[in-house]
Design a protein around this ligand. Structure first.
Ligand code: PRP
Ligand code: URA
Length: 209
């Protein structure tokens, strides 16, 4: 699928397997989500623009590459996307952070937006949208539409686990968006949960039911 990268690194796969285990508790679950986000972010950000700048080493002046342009924008989809934010900030502590609140109706599974606050000058930034779960794709599709309405152009989407149904919906709605997934799972169940999945990511990160 054009514009989709399924990450095949054994460390990412190993950590996702630990996440899936129902006996993994809240503390470890949070740590793993953050670590996976860092590993995925390293890959997703490999095309950040750089420019040569002069620095003086202890031995001489040299022209060396530094990341250029406006600061990166990270946009977690609430709640579960919040768990991935520090993992990306570990790579770029200067990034701006926006938030989009979405919840899925438990019966219809249709997403509803309840909050949106985004950094300025979106059109000049690389924007990384974070949500550990891409199930039907409704939340990601709507969140990205919102970002585009506010001027966002260069958008990447990162999910730790994706269902084929969500990946299809997202790439059809936003073919220009680069999508990075830690694993492509089998399918959705009748409640639109991903199988084998990891359950409800928000509840597992925040210890709610
Ligand atoms: C979960 C998850 C995604 C969404 C994915 O959020 O964090 O945002 O479902 O499903 P979709 O691809 O079918 O839209 P949820 O609505 O449960 O809200 P929460 O993060 O506040 O728990
Ligand atoms: N949201 C989750 O947290 N998990 C799923 O499997 C599907 C949507």
């Amino acid at each position: 699928m054009a514009n989709v990268t399924i990450l095949e690194h054994p460390l990412i796969k190993h950590k996702i397997s630990l996440l899936r285990d129902k006996n993994t508790g809240t503390r470890d679950f949070r740590i793993l989500i953050e670590e996976i986000a860092t590993l995925m972010g390293y890959e997703a950000l490999r095309d950040l623009p750089t420019e040569l700048v002069e620095v003086e080493t202890p031995l001489m002046k040299a022209m060396v590459p530094m990341v250029s342009g406006k600061k990166l924008a990270i946009v977690p989809i609430l709640r579960a996307g919040l768990g991935m934010v520090n993992g990306i900030l570990a790579l770029d502590p200067t990034a701006k952070v926006g938030h989009i609140g979405m919840y899925r109706d438990e019966v219809t599974h249709i997403p509803h937006e309840y909050y949106c606050k985004l950094p300025d000058s979106l059109e000049e930034r690389t924007i990384v949208v974070l949500d550990p779960m891409l199930a039907t794709g409704g939340s990601a599709v709507d969140a990205i539409s919102l970002i585009k309405q506010r001027g966002g152009k260069q958008i990447k989407f990162m999910s730790i686990i994706a269902a084929p149904e969500g990946l299809k919906a997202l790439t059809e709605a936003h073919p220009d968006v680069e999508v990075y997934c830690g694993n492509l799972d089998d399918r959705l169940n009748e409640n639109c949960y991903i199988l084998p999945g990891l359950g409800d990511a928000g509840d597992r990160i925040f210890g709610t039911k």
